[in-house]
Structure formats: structure tokens, C-alpha cells
Write a protein that binds this ligand. Structure first.
Ligand SMILES: [Zn+2]
Length: 253
């Protein structure tokens, strides 16, 4: 029963995340006005705004102008709903569930905005650092010291990499947004998870980069945003970090 509630709750939050993704880069209010169709500008009725279900019922088209509704909407709603379910299965009805769900929700918004606009909004990452530090005071999973060292290591290490990259290649490789994002990840997950996140995101990022180069030809020069890989690495660290570190230590005794 609670599993179903966590899925519905997740889908509703996902619907709100879509609003954030659409409006945050434009610096519009996320509360007002109500959602409207981007093609015909008609306000979307509440019964057409049910997460996932409305998209299926309307077959991905606006009720009035039949303009297409981006696949982003059901995707974000579905991924957020699943995140809520998996976090609920891990943490149960605890404060930890709510805080880590807020963390993953922030990562989802950052990922989609970074994919569209190649920016990571400070409006999410900077308050995220503060929230992560504060919640470490009440969560049993992490100490304040671990959270603080996570922020310093996350912010510091990526800053170092970014500076070295610029110094060697004479162009900007990683944005300041990535540095603040990794500091936020450190605040929520601690310093060990920061190292794991850097390893995982570099690995997945390199493989993806090579695949794109093979598929599009080797003169592919578009910068691939790094935020989505950092976010993915952080989620893997959140769910499997303990196991991965234990497995590593076991094989390197
Ligand atoms: Zn429309």
C-alpha cells in the first residue's frame, strides 16, 4: 500500500519538477501562472495535468491545438516516481527518505536543464549545499564532519581539475556549475561518495563520449555536459556506494 503511495507522490513531484525545468532557466515564477500549452498558450485544465496518465490519454498531444507534448514530461514523471519508490524501499517512512528524495529530485532537474541549456543553475546547487550540510545534523546516515569534508573535497577537487584542464588546453573544459554540483553531492553523501561519483561519472562519461564519436564521426566537437554524468554517478553512489566500497576493499586486502 505504502509503495503505491510513494509512486503517486513521486509522479506528482515529477510533474512539479517539469515546471521547474521549463521555468527556472527563464527565471519565471514556478508557482504562478498555471501551466499552459507552449504551442497555443491555452491554460492546461487540472484533469489534463495528471502525471503520466494524461499524457497517455491525450496520446502526447494538446487537447486544443493537437500540438505535440514533449516526451520529457512523462519521462521525468516516470523517473521521479521510480526514484521515490526505490528510495522508499531503502529508507521506509523516515526523514531520510524525504531528504534523499529531495536530493534526487534536484539532480533530475539539474540533469535535464544541463542537457537542454548546458548550464547548472546556482539556484539549485548553492541552496543544495546548505540543505545537505544542515540535514547531516539530523540524519543517521551521515555526520556533519563527513558532509563538510564532502563539500570541500567535491568543490576543491573539481576546481583543481577544471583549472589544470584550462591551463593545459587553454580552453574551458568544465564549468563552475559542475564544481558547485559536486560540492552539493558531497554535502548530501559525504567525501567517500564524492570520490566514487568522480570515478563513476568519468567512466560513464568517457564511454558515452567514445560512443558518440563512433556514431557521429571523430570530428565531433560539441561539448557534452558533465552534469548528467555527475548526477548519475551520485545516484549510483547513493544506492550502491557502501557495497562498491566494501567490494573494492575486499579485493584489495
Ligand atoms: Zn495547445
Amino acid at each position: 500500500m505504502w509503495y503505491i503511495v510513494s509512486v503517486i507522490f513521486g509522479a506528482m513531484i515529477g510533474s512539479f519538477l517539469n515546471v521547474c525545468i521549463y521555468r527556472l532557466p527563464k527565471e519565471e515564477s514556478i508557482i504562478w501562472p498555471r501551466s499552459h500549452c507552449p504551442t497555443c498558450k491555452k491554460t492546461i485544465k487540472f484533469y489534463d495535468n495528471i502525471p503520466l496518465i494524461s499524457y497517455l490519454l491525450l496520446r502526447g498531444r494538446c487537447r486544443y491545438c493537437k500540438g505535440p507534448i514533449s516526451l520529457q514530461y512523462p519521462l521525468v514523471e516516470g523517473i521521479t516516481a521510480l526514484s521515490s519508490l526505490f528510495l522508499f524501499m531503502k529508507f521506509g517512512t523516515t526523514l531520510s527518505y524525504l531528504f534523499y528524495f529531495a536530493f534526487v529530485a534536484a539532480l533530475i532537474v539539474i540533469t535535464v536543464i544541463d542537457l537542454y541549456h548546458q548550464i547548472i543553475p546556482d539556484g539549485i546547487s548553492l541552496p543544495g549545499i546548505g540543505v545537505g550540510l544542515l540535514t547531516s545534523l539530523v540524519l543517521p546516515q551521515i555526520t556533519f564532519f563527513n558532509s563538510l569534508t564532502g563539500v570541500l573535497l567535491g568543490g576543491g577537487s573539481l576546481f583543481l581539475v577544471a583549472t589544470l584542464y584550462e591551463w593545459i588546453f587553454k580552453r574551458e573544459g568544465m564549468g563552475g556549475g559542475d564544481v558547485k554540483l559536486l560540492a552539493m553531492i558531497g554535502a548530501f553523501l559525504g567525501w567517500k561518495a564524492v570520490i566514487l561519483t568522480i570515478l563513476l561519472s568519468s567512466l560513464i562519461g568517457s564511454i558515452t563520449g567514445i560512443l558518440i564519436m563512433i556514431l557521429r564521426g571523430k570530428d565531433f566537437k560539441y561539448a557534452i555536459p558533465f552534469g548528467p554524468f555527475l548526477s548519475l554517478g551520485a545516484v549510483i553512489a547513493l544506492f550502491y556506494g557502501e557495497n562498491l566500497i566494501r567490494w573494492y576493499l575486499y579485493w584489495n586486502r
